[in-house]
Design a protein around this ligand. Sequence first.
Ligand SMILES: Nc1ncnc2c1ncn2[C@@H]1O[C@H](COP(=O)(O)OP(=O)(O)OP(=O)(O)O)[C@@H](O)[C@H]1O
Length: 238
Amino acid sequence: MIDVKNLNKTYGEKEAAAQVLKHVSFSLEKGCFCSIVGPSGSGKSTLLNILGGLETADSGMITVDGAPVCGLSSRQELKYRREYLGFIFQFYNLIPNLTAYENIKVCEDLSSDSLDLEELMKQLGIWEHRNKFPSQLSGGQQQRCAIARALVKNPKILLCDEPTGALDSTNTKDIMCILKEINEKYSTTILIVTHNDLICETSDRILRLVDGEIVQDQRNDHPKKPEDIDWTGSEGVR
Ligand SMILES: Nc1ncnc2c1ncn2[C@@H]1O[C@H](COP(=O)(O)OP(=O)(O)OP(=O)(O)O)[C@@H](O)[C@H]1O
């Protein structure tokens, strides 16, 4: 479903130039649950942002369902993002002066093929908090809202940048269970940038980046269920 070929990205110029992605290539099939791991500064977020059209690569090719998604016009790029992509970030990025419900509703309105908002909020356990503003919600509740916002338009690909990084172990477990459930129920392809090795254990694919290069591309034929993992001690691990 996602094909990445020979992706390169350099920040800065001349002496200050730093190549942060080097000849990155991989393919992911539809419904894959993939962890992207590696040391700080290895290029994980840059890769995710390029896949999400938030940044551009210097060279290389990305195709999704056989269609190129690099070098699109702004109109085509908007269409790609609307139809294909949902984003989840470490710090939720909810709009502070909208209620939980309104934060999700604005994204529902973007799609012609959206999921049922009330059902989704109930599934995520946040329906009773629908009239609260983000500042009145706990971190776990805010992240559930952010997940609902990303999911309501029924994206084919969910890009998650350290989604449990700000959460305690109980919420980490809950959020991982939700992401797995979504992956299985809707065959959503999920990519998670993380420093948490336990998340790798739940994934069926693990890409490891070091200094902008993929040094390991591993399949895991027996991913663990998040509910079977003891997440104690992994709180705050991004
Ligand atoms: N906009 C930018 N301009 C210049 N350099 C950048 C920019 N964004 C990222 N970098 C640099 O690119 C490198 C890769 O950054 P990136 O955020 O992709 O790493 P990461 O693996 O996600 O790190 P972390 O695990 O700490 O979040 C880093 O050295 C970073 O300083």
